[in-house]
Design a protein around this ligand. Sequence first.
Ligand SMILES: O=C(O)CCC(=O)C(=O)O
Ligand SMILES: [Fe+2]
Length: 393
Amino acid sequence: MHKRGKSNAICTLHTNHTKKYYRTCLHTPFHWFIYIIFAKTFCFALSTFLQVKSLSMMNSSDPPFYEIYKTLIEEGLGKAQKPIIDKPSIIQECELPMIDLSKLRLGGVEREECMEDIAKASREWGFFQVMNHGIPMEVLEEIRLEEVNVFQRPFVEKIGEKFLNLSPGSYRWGTPSATCIHQLSWSEALHISLEDISGSLTGTPLSSTVEQYSELVLKLAQKLAEILAEKLGYKSTFFQETCVPSSCYLRMNRYPPCPISPGLFGLMPHTDSDFLTILSQDEVGGLQLVKDGKWIAVKPNPQALVINIGDFFQAWSNGIYKSVEHRVVANEHAERFSTAFFVCPIKDAVIQICGEPPKYRPFSYQEYRRQVHKDVKNLGQKVGLARFLVGAT
Ligand SMILES: O=C(O)CCC(=O)C(=O)O
Ligand SMILES: [Fe+2]
């Protein structure tokens, strides 16, 4: 009795110690059982995730931004003392000057006022939007649909040499030359030379939509260019003669959602190397431009077209019309589409400077593009018109 009592007491003591030990270490057999089940479930979930991910990578249409630019992004986010892009709260959203082009048809004072509004916006903003622009909504919808289809193709197909029979390099994504996070554009684009449309692309649905859209947009651009020339006192046929369909470009842009916070550029800050750019965009927004030294966000209006002055018009007008820096900020949740039509002159067209004394020296389109390529290659960025200022070395 006594012995049993003693051994019971020892047993109880032991059990109590063990319990205490287990309680502090959380290593009861039951816990081990739970750990093993948890570990097995975790491994299974991880391997399923990796398999699904690699399968989806094979079929995915999204470019592998994060995989390819991982180091650059992680280094950039680690080092960034301040956000990559200024805080959205300090960027004001505003509506661009809206110009109703139906007034041009009314003639008289209304026409004059409309022409003055176009010139004023080009002098003060370098940007404006137009309504009643003559491009039917169905055509805008068709080009958007075509754009969605193009970008939905698997990524491996898009980077293929023969993608849609376009010239090599027509499909672009990210920024291959980026050396820091500020130079990375979180977007993909199809840069279509309209020469391809009448050549290798003939007969495809993409070609007929692009052809129809481009014809209407170029007509609109030529009308605007003539008004801008007239407002400077020139009755010029220069734009009709030098900006022909085969010298222009259409760029379809897709900005996938960008999960990286505090946000990256969808498109880096830049000015356009052309006479005029005509942009149609969806309702997502993200376009920003510099006005009076500050970045402002453009309120999107999918029914209107956004027009901006390019470098050549700034040079041609001797600096009166402004080629303004703009950029796109990537959206964390929504994808965005836009279509930009670049009105460019034929290669050897010489851009004369209309104004006294001329601020820039005359240069050809070819010369300008070569210089831009050279600067991007050597300096990582475009220098632009500053290279062509009279007296610049
Ligand atoms: O997508 C946009 O809003 C702007 C596109 C643009 O600036 C360009 O393609 O040059
Ligand atoms: Fe642009």
